[in-house]
Design a protein around this ligand. Structure first.
Ligand code: FAD
Length: 416
């Protein structure tokens, strides 16, 4: 690992981070913590300082969290740390040979090391009427602001897509007293990620909270009146009246900059286990990085908060010359109504043999384990707390476990 002493001697270097995001902010923070005294520039196209996105579909959308609580740090912190935070400006191109980044407006920044934390952009729904007023997407704070105005008592809201964002928005909308219809192409929401057994828990949760689930059907058209959304026609021919439509059909990694610079890109920017791209002076972390994970023995692109939180610092250490092997057990969480859960591990769609439950599924207080070949690939704790680390350790160990002991609440997880 690079020490503070080593880096002091090199403080004429410039490290540029493109993407003033959670991963980007945490990387800049780590550079300073590790004693880097060179120039650090953090460039972001959004006007706000880096912020966390999970509240945008939860506490902030519900009106219980203030906007400021989402910021990773306030602006003054960046000044105190000598981090040049350049918000509201897009990085337009990278010249890897010249080691420069060109910003909108033409300014050129030289770099010794560059980190890409450009994250993701929402996938657009390509149907007639998708650009009508009243159609929402959710990625940025201003999207959440607009949505907050739409999720009001009595409003008729159609959510398109039963993924994490769609379900969290549906929960927020119901909590605000809106009537919610949710259309999902698959037979259950979240089926690809969780499989039938656990996806059903989420379908039941929403049905019990009054969400009208329209499963196995997509959207044919969004119909408007005077430029505003009025109804949604589903693939099954039914028409659902709507005051607002929220589209949550996934995201794609923001790779344009990397691709135009000639970096290797394939469903994200390809990086090794030290989060280094095909150019040794350019790293990538967070949603945009498709990283070799030695623990999983394969590449994975993770679109979750923890990976931004930990990946940024890992990349920063690698940029400083540290011997980094980033091999996390993937982790994410969600909150919907009174259900809170954490998921640790990774299962390919259909890539498990059985699910073992510990606890009471009906009352939504349980742990689910996905197994293949006698090993736990992933575990999800639902309304059961302080167990995610133990679950992560079980997944990391790769050891064969006795399903009966997994299912037995009397056996401490740490023993497994
Ligand atoms: C509404 C919502 C709720 C979520 N809830 C959860 C949750 O409950 N649990 C969970 O685990 N995860 C959740 N996530 C996912 C999590 O927020 C993301 O994984 C995380 O934000 C990824 O961080 P990042 O640092 O990779 O990039 P991002 O947060 O995507 O930020 C990238 C930034 O880079 C900027 N940028 C891109 N290109 C350029 C450029 N060329 N020049 C300058 N700037 C550029 C973008 O404008 C953006 O500000 C949620 C996401 C959303 C949108």
């Amino acid at each position: 690992m690079t020490t503070a002493q080593e880096t002091t001697a090199q403080d004429d270097r410039t490290f540029v981070v493109v993407g003033a995001s959670l991963a980007g902010a945490k990387a800049a923070e780590t550079l300073r913590e590790e004693g880097f005294t060179g120039r650090v520039v953090l460039v972001g196209e959004e006007p706000e300082p880096p912020y966390e996105r999970p509240p945008l579909s939860k506490g902030y959308l519900l009106g219980s969290d203030e906007r400021d609580t989402a910021f990773v740090h306030d602006r003054a912190w960046y000044d105190e740390q000598g981090i040049e935070l350049r918000t509201g400006v897009r990085a337009e191109s990278i010249d890897p040979a010249a080691h420069t980044v060109t910003l909108a407006g033409g300014e050129r920044l030289g770099y010794d090391k560059l980190l890409l934390t450009t994250g993701s952009v929402v996938r657009r729904l390509e149907v007639p009427g998708a650009d009508l007023e009243g159609v929402h997407y959710l990625r940025r704070v201003e999207h959440s602001d607009a949505l907050r105005g739409a999720l009001v008592e009595g409003a008729r809201v159609v959510v398109v897509g039963g993924g994490w964002i769609g379900l969290e928005v549906a929960a927020a909308a119901r909590t605000h007293g809106a009537a919610v219809t949710l259309a999902e192409l698959d037979t259950l929401p979240l089926r690809r990620v969780l499989g039938d057994e656990v996806a059903r828990v989420f379908a039941d949760l929403h049905a019990e909270h009054g969400v009208d689930l329209r499963l196995g059907t997509g959207v044919r058209e969004i119909v408007g009146t005077d430029g505003r959304v009025a109804s949604v026609t589903l693939e099954d021919g039914s028409s659902v009246p709507a005051d607002a439509v929220v589209i949550g059909v996934g995201i794609t990694p923001a790779v344009e900059l990397a691709r135009a610079a000639g970096l290797a890109v394939d469903d994200g920017v390809l990086v090794d286990a030290a989060l280094r791209t095909s150019d040794p002076d350019i790293h990538a972390a967070g949603d945009v990085a498709n990283a070799e994970n030695p623990l999983l023995g394969r590449r994975i692109r993770v679109e979750h908060w923890q990976n931004a939180l930990d990946g940024g610092p890992a990349a920063a250490r690698a940029m400083l010359g540290g011997d980094v092997v980033y091999d996390p057990v993937p982790y994410f969480f969600t909150d919907q109504y009174d259900l809170g859960m954490e998921y640790s591990g990774h299962v390919e769609p259909g890539g498990y043999e059985r699910v073992v439950f510990r606890g009471d599924v009906a009352s939504r207080e349980f742990i689910a384990f996905w197994l293949a070949d006698g090993r736990v690939l992933a575990g999800m704790n639902v309304n059961v707390w302080d167990v995610a680390d133990d679950i992560g350790r079980i997944v990391r160990s790769g050891a064969r476990v006795d399903p009966a002991r997994l299912a037995d609440p009397g056996v401490p997880l740490a023993e497994l």
